[in-house]
Design a protein around this ligand. Structure first.
Ligand code: APR
Length: 325
């Protein structure tokens, strides 16, 4: 059987890390694309030269996707991961990126429509929920084949902080973060567990306190900003790349992992067509199921606030680009 083809659009910090991880995991042949000349070719060659050392088989190539025709580089891709755009600088919110990155989504979406209409597409570009919506609109791909990566990352941050708090293995901590990928995201305390024990029970058992969990929830919400403030020149890339790779693997290997992702919600969670973070099952058909978990009144209120924030960003996209209206 031919190897899978993985196209990475954006060869920056996340794109380069994605290419390296996809190579190390032998997920398929990899084409790294960027508007810049030389960067995708250079990163592809550098990683290809690490393959003999690490012992992996993957063909890595770089391509400059600066106009519509050059998107032929992604032809026949099984998975496309999109990081093209600009990241945050200190003091910027994800929403500040909207105008610039919307134009990028248009170019990428048209490239997908022309050259990779059967791909499973994972968008990472921020502001995530609005950008994945725009990418789906511009590409015209089926909604179950276009998904945004945020929940796996936000949950991983939550899990890391919880594992630290309880001084246990990250492997034994599960967590869910719902809603939009912004300050209004909803880290779910009730559905997060250590060794299968929900956090509220752990508070009752005296292993931690409500205040400490509240602080961890806050830190999770601001997890991206914490990294931006430290790096000063860009935003997080190792954990975002690892998270998208997990989603891509679930699709390519039909693993049917249950992962939080920005997915098309129509007739679930009281929504009539919106991309927002919810638990989904990812298998060979893409997003095969949206898992509708029961929210209590507090969680529902937080989720609704987050949904409102995403709806505001989608409305702003429609204003900027009337073809989306
Ligand atoms: N087509 C292809 N590539 C593009 C385009 C375009 N139209 N516009 C920009 N790019 C490329 C840039 O040249 C750059 O190499 O996208 C790459 C982005 O890389 P970085 O600036 O290093 O950003 P990164 O940290 O990888 O984050 C990418 O993911 O998490 C989000 O907020 C983040 O939106 C940002 C994205």
């Amino acid at each position: 059987m031919a190897r899978a083809k993985i196209a990475l659009i954006g060869a920056g910090q996340i794109g380069g890390t994605l290419a390296h991880l996809a190579g190390l995991k032998e997920m398929g042949d990899i084409v790294v694309c960027d508007i810049a000349e030389g960067v995708p070719q250079g990163k592809a060659l550098d990683i290809a030269e690490s393959a003999p050392v690490d012992g992996f088989d993957a063909k890595l190539t770089g391509a400059t996707t600066s106009d519509a025709a050059s998107y032929s580089a992604i032809a026949g891709a099984d998975v496309v991961i999109v990081t093209a755009g600009v990241p945050r600088k200190p003091g910027m919110s994800r929403d500040d990126l909207l105008g610039i990155n919307l134009k990028v989504m248009k170019a990428v979406g048209e490239g997908l429509k022309a050259h990779a209409p059967d791909a499973f597409v994972i968008c990472i570009t921020n502001p995530l929920d609005a950008m994945v919506w725009a990418l789906r609109e511009f590409s015209g791909l089926p909604a179950q084949k276009v998904v945004g990566m945020a929940g796996v990352l936000d949950s991983a941050r939550f899990r890391h902080f919880l594992a630290d708090e309880f001084d246990v293995s990250v492997k034994d901590v599960t967590a869910f973060v719902l809603g939009g990928h912004g300050d209004t995201m909803v880290p779910s305390v009730r559905y997060s567990t250590v060794g299968g024990i929900p956090l509220p029970d752990l508070i009752e058992m005296g292993w931690t306190s409500k205040d400490r969990i509240d602080a961890i929830v806050d830190r999770t919400r601001n997890g991206g900003g914490e990294i931006v403030a430290l790096l000063k020149t860009g935003s997080a890339f190792y954990a975002p790349a690892a998270s998208a790779i997990q989603m891509a693997e679930s699709y390519l290997k039909d693993q049917r992992r249950v992962l939080p992702a920005a997915a098309w919600c129509d007739g679930v969670y009281g929504l009539n067509g919106l991309y927002v973070g919810v638990p989904v099952v990812i298998g060979a058909a893409g997003v095969e199921k949206v898992v509708e978990i029961r929210l209590n009144a507090d969680e529902k209120a937080m989720f609704d606030t987050s949904v409102n924030a995403v709806q505001g960003l989608v409305a702003a996209c429609r204003e900027i680009d009337p073809s989306l209206a």
